[in-house]
Write a protein that binds this ligand. Structure first.
Ligand code: NDP
Ligand code: MG
Length: 387
């Protein structure tokens, strides 16, 4: 066991990943200490987390929420809010590792700040890499920090790559459950409601990523995330539908061997691995029962799930194109959840944004933020047009 207790910043502590992270931490008080928490608007849960884990610093979405925390916990709790709060939480002097689990593009700046401050990163927020992969990975190398994937597919690939030479990899294979519309007809998908899209058959996750799983855009974002984490071109990244969600992803080597990582479907597994790497710790997930297990794999259907190819195209176009893809998707999913556009309009809006978007070089985080701004603007106007 490591000698020093690892100080953690948990960004997005009240979300699905944040809650699972705290469950892992709860099992291992001898290994982990919660130094800081950053949440959004769920102040009730945040207060419970503060009482249980006694962090030094806590951030909430607004100044009003921050003042409420001050009233409840007094001056001994250091607090923050707004855009700066999660950055302060991530960069606190006692933090060794930041768990990046804020949803959406709001995760980028705190994650980047933590890397610059020399903190190791347990990365759930895939948007950080989709938006600004090249500059984020440059900063990781420059700062000498470890970036450990929490996304289950990337954790699986990371585990399957261990002890091998990068040059021997033929391709990586990301698995996708296929989401709630795996067997739906084109007509059924067209009429899909937010309630149906949010009803994921395997994973319990936040709303945005659950809708992305239904369109397969989540897998598209993961292809881009994988390209940057593992330094691979689009042509070496495949996707297969695997409805059982038992094989979390695989690496195929040039000798024809495929190395896969299997486990039950529970994010506490990859979270625990990221927190304790290179050691393994009890994560609290149930062990896999191999008896009677049957595993299926099939190619995704590009006609019913066209979002996946948009992501491949954005990755190949490079520069700020993935940032535009991410922003357009965030707007389209939000509008779908508000019932302002239909399910298949999500694809139309993103495709419409990317058709007109002129990608610029990705030299800094500011380039990503500017692309994000432009693409959001265009996506909003297209949502008005298809509504
Ligand atoms: P949730 O929607 O469940 O949680 C999001 C968290 O971020 C909440 O704590 C929320 O606070 C907080 N938050 C949102 N906006 C802000 C903001 N502007 N400032 C501070 N905090 C904010 O999402 P998930 O946990 O499902 O996902 C988090 C990230 O992890 C996403 O990037 C997702 O793609 C990725 N991921 C998730 C997986 C999963 O299984 N859930 C799997 C792999 C990756 P509050 O609720 O208090 O408002
Ligand atoms: Mg995933």
């Amino acid at each position: 066991m490591s000698e020093k207790i690892k100080g953690l910043a948990i960004l997005g502590s009240t979300g699905s990943i944040g809650i699972n992270t705290l469950e892992v931490v709860r099992r291992h008080p001898e290994r982990f200490k919660v130094v800081s928490l950053a949440a959004g608007a769920n102040i009730g849960l945040l207060k419970k987390q503060i009482r249980e884990f006694s962090p030094i610093f806590v951030s909430a979405l607004t100044r009003e929420f921050e003042l409420e925390l001050k009233r409840t916990f007094g001056k001994r709790l250091k607090t923050g809010s707004g855009a700066d709060g999660p950055i302060q939480a991530a960069c606190h002097a006692e933090v060794d590792m930041a768990v990046s689990a804020i949803s959406g593009s709001s995760g980028l700046l705190p994650t980047m700040a933590a890397i610059r401050a020399g903190k190791d990163i347990a990365l759930a927020n895939k948007e950080t890499l989709v938006m600004a992969g090249p500059v984020v990975m440059d900063e990781v190398r420059r700062s000498g920090v470890r970036l450990l994937p929490v996304d289950s597919e990337h954790s699986a690939i990371f585990q399957a790559l261990a002890g091998h030479n990068a040059a021997d990899v033929r391709r990586i294979i990301l698995t996708a459950s296929g989401g709630p519309f795996l067997k739906a007809s084109f007509k059924g998908i067209k009429a899909a409601t937010p309630e149906q899209a949010l009803n994921h058959p395997r994973w319990k996750m936040g709303r945005k990523i659950t809708v992305d799983s239904a369109t397969l855009m989540n897998k598209g974002l993961e292809v881009i995330e994988a390209a940057f984490i593992f330094g691979l071109p689009a042509g070496k990244i495949s996707v297969f539908i695997h409805p059982q969600s038992i094989v979390h992803s695989m690496v195929e080597y040039i000798d024809g061997s495929i190395v896969a990582q299997l486990s039950t479907t529970d994010m506490k597994g990859p979270i625990a691995y990221a927190l304790s790497y290179p050691e393994r710790i009890a994560s609290g997930i149930s062990y896999l029962d191999l008896k009677g297990l049957s595993l299926e794999f099939k190619a995704p259907d590009p006609k019913r799930f066209p979002c996946l190819s948009l992501a491949y195209d954005a990755l190949k176009a490079g520069g700020t194109m993935p940032a535009a893809l991410n922003a357009a998707d965030e707007v389209a999913v939000e509008m779908f959840l508000k019932k302002r556009i239909g399910f298949t309009d999500i694809f139309k809006v993103i495709a419409g944004v990317l058709d007109e978007f002129k990608p610029a070089a990705m030299r800094s985080v500011e380039d990503a933020i500017e692309a994000d701004r432009l693409a959001r603007f265009k996506a909003l106007s297209l949502c008005g047009a298809v509504a």
